[in-house]
Ligand binder design. Structure first.
Ligand code: WTA
Length: 661
């Protein structure tokens, strides 16, 4: 069977999930029920989401207006007049009801160092840190930067900000000091929360040192709060740097929450777009929290007593929604995993599942592909019987990886949910539902409640009606957890998402709807690259490379990679007079990789660098990345019309160069 034929097979909901003697009854247990609820969510959104928001969230003041504004004017608002606090919803209400219930399982880098934190303990930790932040002058509406390893205190930091109405701006701890600096500056953060060091896969990461470097050039920062993860002796700047533990112990176990309006911002999170400048995507309190909670409930079919394990990093949106806010809003037990899937052995995930009796497991296709390559022995002989739902996120999953996940991990008795969404969407928007939607290997299947999908002709912007169509993916109306703006730049928000196709939210992804109405995500149509599920812009990497003294010009593209999905290839033209001899070229290659690591972070390093004389450009000087992509993909025979190039002979030279390296 070819891959295409294989992908058209519909896999029914595993019988086990619908057998009440084996599993809790799914909230949505048939396709008809899904369709009925989906229809209702579009036909009567006020009623549908009003009810959901009342059921899933606790309000200190009820809302009256469910929806307001929309995509036409970029003035989306939900649950107006209502007041609530996200930390109260994620911590207090569960700490009052079930103080001894485990909120967080911390699976430390070293497997024998795990710890459990109850809701009662979490409340105390969050309150004490909120006290510290208030004492340091942080007020409602201020932003706090968080640069932390994957430890429970990262979640505590988010929730402490939410408690006092400060916006957290988490910066993934894989970013370099320069990238951190730019994000602290853009958000004007006055406080940075960090740790002395991080631990990952047995290695030590000098977290505080990176923060020190970054903060040197951030005059807004008054306080650096340092959690003692390893107890290493790190330099502390007097008056600015304070120890988390010491400060927290000075504050009471309880401090009241700040009542927030539904539309008050909860956080910002930087993400990459088509330009070099990262965008601080802003989410607001009620809509975001509802999206996160509703999808944990329905997409992961979360039931009380379940153990929810999302392997993402809290530095990305997946960590925000599916490690912290979604599971905790429902009073679940959530796992915080500090390590990597291959430490100390490639059985780590499976040991974690067996040890903690995980019921929902959520990871990225890149991890599945990497583990599959290492062979089935690592996954055999672990007790994975607790699992019910296996999720994937971040990039399209190829059918081979999907089948391996389904067969070897899920033993064909779990639901596989391939969840499509983005930083900007806040929560899953296209996804199967475990008890209801039959799956196809590699398809994100059908829209979640309230998501009014459209596939548009990319040129005319006209909606492509019916099945068997391919175009760009857009959404016709606002849903609760859609981002509201870009921090400090609403105009850019409108221009990026709402103006390309007026009246629609534009995702930036290409997609097809197949003959059964199932959605297949085809990948980005803009200059965004997805490496191991990490979102990067070509312009961001190009501007890092151009800062190197030898570089005159550069073009970066995403190329296919068996494990990471895409990888980065960079074409670099050197300045006149720079030696290009082979010995020098090796050094330059290294320097250029270091350059990108320094400006962005190790995860953005190019896999291949080609030193070239010239780049393909049109007569008006526009860079034709499309041609470079084709050459690298080995599709030089289908380059299309190259006569518009200023110098078509460049192409031959590039083909030879790529072929020989
Ligand atoms: C891609 C991550 C295919 C997509 C939650 C999107 C996916 C970008 C999937 C957002 C999926 C995410 N199938 N592609 N299931 N999930 N993507 O903002 O290109 O880091 O636009 O959010 O990842 O990346 P972001």
């Amino acid at each position: 069977m070819t891959e295409d034929q294989a992908t058209d097979v519909l896999y029914p909901v595993p019988e086990r999930l619908l057998d009440p003697t084996q599993c809790p009854e799914p909230y949505i247990s048939s396709m008809e029920q899904y369709q009925e609820m989906y229809r209702e969510s579009l036909d009567n959104p006020d009623q549908f989401f009003g009810k959901l928001a009342t059921e899933l969230l606790s309000w200190s003041k009820p809302f009256h207006t469910v929806r307001h504004g929309g995509l036409h004017h970029g003035d989306v608002a939900w649950f107006l007049e209502g007041q609530l606090n996200a930390a109260y919803n994620c911590v207090d209400r569960h700490a009052f009801a079930t103080p001894e219930k485990i909120a967080i399982i911390y699976e430390a880098d070293e497997p024998n160092q795990s710890e459990n934190i109850t809701y009662g303990e979490l409340l105390r930790k969050v309150c004490q840190l909120a006290g510290v932040l208030r004492a340091r002058g942080v007020r409602k509406g201020d932003t706090v930067a968080i640069y932390m390893p994957m430890i429970p205190e990262a979640a505590v930091a988010l929730l402490a900000c939410a408690r006092i109405g400060a916006l957290h701006s988490v910066v993934f701890a894989g970013f370099s000091s320069e990238a951190l600096r730019d994000r602290i500056r853009d958000a004007k953060s006055r406080v940075v929360i960090t740790a002395d060091q991080g631990k990952r896969g047995g290695k030590t990461i000098e977290t505080k040192r990176i923060v020190d470097e970054a903060v040197k050039e951030c005059p807004s920062v008054e306080t650096v709060l340092v959690y003692e993860r390893t107890g290493a002796d790190v330099p502390m700047t007097k008056g600015r740097d304070v120890w988390w533990g010491e400060e927290a112990s000075l504050h009471p176990n309880f401090t009241p929450v700040e009542e927030m309006n539904s539309e008050d911002p909860l956080f910002l999170l930087y993400t990459s777009g088509s330009t070099g400048q990262p965008k601080g995507v802003v989410h607001t309190t009620a809509g975001y929290l509802l999206g996160a909670a509703a999808t944990v409930k329905y997409v992961f079919d979360y039931h009380p007593g379940d153990i929810f394990a999302c392997m993402a990093d809290v530095g990305w949106i997946t960590g925000h929604s599916y490690i912290v806010y979604g599971p905790l809003a429902l009073g679940a037990t959530t796992v915080i995993f500090e390590s990597i899937p291959t430490y100390p052995t490639p059985s780590r995930y499976w040991e974690l599942i067996a040890k903690h009796k995980v019921t929902q497991f959520y990871t990225a296709p890149t991890a599945i592909r990497a583990l599959r390559r290492l062979g089935d022995d690592w996954v055999k002989d672990h007790d994975l019987s607790s699992l019910r739902v296996l999720g994937t996120v971040g990039e399209p999953i190829n059918p081979e990886a999907w089948h391996w996940y389904n067969d070897k991990v899920g033993k064909n008795r779990c639901a596989i949910v391939d969840t499509y969404w983005q930083t900007e969407t806040g929560s899953n928007i296209i996804t199967p539902l475990p008890g209801a939607i039959p799956t196809k290997a590699g398809s994100a299947t059908l829209p979640f409640f309230g998501i009014d999908l459209a596939i548009l002709d990319p040129v005319s912007g006209k909606e492509l009606i019916g099945n068997d169509v391919t175009g760009v993916l857009a959404i016709k109306r606002a849903w609760p957890s859609i981002a509201r703006t870009i921090y400090g730049n609403h105009q850019r928000f409108l221009e990026t998402y709402l103006k390309p196709y007026p009246g629609y939210y534009f995702t930036g992804d290409g997609a097809s709807r197949d003959k059964d109405g199932y959605i297949w995500i085809r990948g980005r149509v803009d200059d965004v690259i997805n490496v191991s599920g990490h979102r990067l812009s070509t312009a961001e990497i190009e501007s890092a490379l151009i800062m190197h003294h030898a570089v005159a010009e550069t073009a970066v593209i995403g190329a296919h990679d068996e494990v990471t999905g895409q990888c980065i290839h960079a074409f670099v033209c050197l300045k006149p007079g720079v030696s290009k001899g082979p010995a020098h070229a090796t050094d330059l290659n290294k320097e250029l990789v270091i350059q990108v690591r320094k400006v962005i972070g190790p995860f953005a390093a190019p896999k291949k660098i080609y030193l070239v004389e010239d780049l393909p450009k049109t007569r008006s000087g526009k860079l034709m990345r499309r041609i470079l992509r084709k050459i690298v993909a080995g599709e030089s025979d289908s380059l299309g019309d190259i006569s518009t190039l200023a110098d078509p002979s460049v192409v031959e030279v590039l083909i030879a160069k790529v072929g020989s390296s």
